[in-house]
Design a protein around this ligand. Sequence first.
Ligand code: FUB
Length: 461
Amino acid sequence: MNTLKTLCCGLALSGLCPGALALNPIVQTSYSPDPAPMVHNGTLYVYAGDDIPGYDFYYMTKWRVFSTTDMVNWTNHGVPISLESFSWARDRGWAAQCVERDGKFYWYMCAQSDKNDMSIGVAVADNPAGPFKDALGKPLIQNGSWSNIDPTVLVDDDGEAYLYWGNGGLYGVKLNKDMISYSGKIDTVPLTVETFGGSRANRRQGVENKDMFIEGPWLYKRNNKYYMMFAGMGRGGETLSYSMSDSPTGPWKYQGKIMENQKTNSFTNHGGIVDYKGQSYLFYHTGLLPGGGSYGRASCVEAFTFNPDGTIPALSISKEGPKPIGTLNPYKRVEGETMAWSEKCSVTQNDKVGVYVNQVRKGGYIKVANVAFGDKTPAFFSASLAAGLDGGILEIRLDSIKGQKVAAIELSRTGGWDQFQLFKAPVEGKVTGTHDVFLTFMDKNISSGRELFNLDWWQFN
Ligand code: FUB
């Protein structure tokens, strides 16, 4: 990624956020389908795809990473890998999952390959947010089938690792310790009414299905029980359904639907389950960002509690999402791209600056939730900003876009859109306790519909 790239075409979000509560979808600056959560070193990461605004199919070319430590503020780590990184990939980069083993991060993805099929590849990195590179220079699974999509991987407590994937059929194989090769033959998992609620093949043969394994498997373990969540068949679109087993290789027993008949505005659903700081979370996607739909899907999350017998309750989509489980420290540098909600701005990246906020427009804002100021008012607010044109005003307000104004920075041209300079402003009034902070974007005297400035990071001192 050596040229400045715009990562989002400016989703028009006005009207989506009914107030301070909406936190789903978790990212508003781009689409983020097929969320795959992973916890590492106290941080929850989400690996997602990148539906392209205006496209009429799943022709994605990038994957993105987001992270949180409090379940409400999400840091955008940009695009650590794209289709271009895989020499064998030709088109449509689909669902992916990243897992850690022995300090390395393995990101299993799928794409249309040079053999005109769907193939599964694996990228590797030393850090959860990359940079990643193709670990093999060729697919890990390639056999001419269009069913080779949606890889999911579990490294079990005994060190054995299992890879499953599939659309229409469910396939599995044991990975070797190197995580980039496998042993033994690829298993085809039986899809019956008892194991997965049913299958397309069943339906063709006139067998009455309770459900149907379609795609999007997610392998998860809890209390020595193995769970295979998958996209099943609901009325008008995909459900999230699941089966359970006492072993990572089955036999599986169909359990039911976790999420069905929801108004997601998307035919597909795809998700992952993760435990983080003592709470279980279900990630899924909807087409509910304005302009979204079946080809414009965005990651969402709900907190849930397993039933006492280990089964999963039925869950509904929500705008509110989970409650915060931590606060944000404003006295440490906060990346501009750490957001609970945003409007009229985007996120981009380049080699010089890394990831930063761009396409800042008048009337927009970034909300950062649950910011803990403590009992002493800070003296200064500082921010790293750049403006290729005449700049604008960054106003900091508390608890709402029109709330108490605590600082303002007015900036002019800095010499370029990536010529960042440090700006400081005194803090006005009393700023103590815990608040939602709104970084609001205003133009100066001349009414400007253009981009105002770019934001790399901010901090109170
Ligand atoms: O995002 C492209 C495809 O749509 C995924 O691979 C499927 O699981 C479905 O979500």
